[in-house]
Design a protein around this ligand. Sequence first.
Ligand code: AKB
Length: 323
Amino acid sequence: MQHTIERSLVIGASGQIGVELLLELGRIHGTENVIGADIRPPAQKELEVFTFEHLNILNEDQLEEVLRKHNIDTVYNLAAMLSATAEKYPEKGWDLNMTGLFNTLNAAKKGLFKKLFWPSSIAVFGPTTPKENVPQSTITEPTTVYGISKLAGEQWCAYYQKQYGVDVRSIRYPGLIGHRSEPGGGTTDYAVDIFFKAIQEGKYTSFLAEDMRLPMMYMEDAIRATIELMQADTEKISVRTSYNINGVDFTPAELAEQICQRMPEFEISYDPDFRQQIAETWPSSIDDSQAANDWNWRAKTDVNSLVDIMLTAIQKKKELAET
Ligand code: AKB
């Protein structure tokens, strides 16, 4: 596929999704056209080729300065406090998730860049949402701070698009699983931690119950979804709140079983904590037919391949660190 070269700013570039998005955008548009920004520098050596700006997303002036300095076309605003951490710091979580969004929406409204991506989450759903194959439009009554902020954010995105013509696009990410960087503060983090612990220690204690089924996705699929949505023609985007996307779904016990098939000595135990209560309010699978119809979305990675990729990559990382 041919791509128009765009200059992108990835805010939250040192985070779980940011690291991977930066690399993929660099591959598509050239590393000189992709700027990373975060309050902490990225740990990964492979990101050293990118220009990096120290940016606090809560500081509107600083954001505008970075946008002007780098002549940015597209902003990916990934700075957020995830579900588990936001339950501990409700006001801070609300402030980061909402003020951060407003600062980027307002900069777009002023014409400082052309297109905005902002991630939403399956956390917009709540205990009254249907559990399986959740439709695009359904009951959304979230009970977590993070979910409330994502639901409000979705509505603000639609409002800015309708009232001010801001081209803002969004996806409701499920739990994302990748090996380049570890997540922080989410309820679905167990599905990444389990792989690192399996390789490092041969055992893992899950903070979710063994039968807690949640929607998940391999990181490469999530990055592809993000870029495909941002590259789609404007007239194809019928949802201006946020799109459902579906990948795979499994329970901790099913994931552990997959790991055991490849590492028979692996041991799993369960010690559910407060994150179990959050997970219980979320659905187990998602209907993404609207994204499929509008911009041809389709996930490619199944659980089998995901487990193979994760174990192989983390094992390789460990061997490299030991040499
Ligand atoms: C979390 O667990 O908070 C996130 C999410 C599902 O948005 N991974």
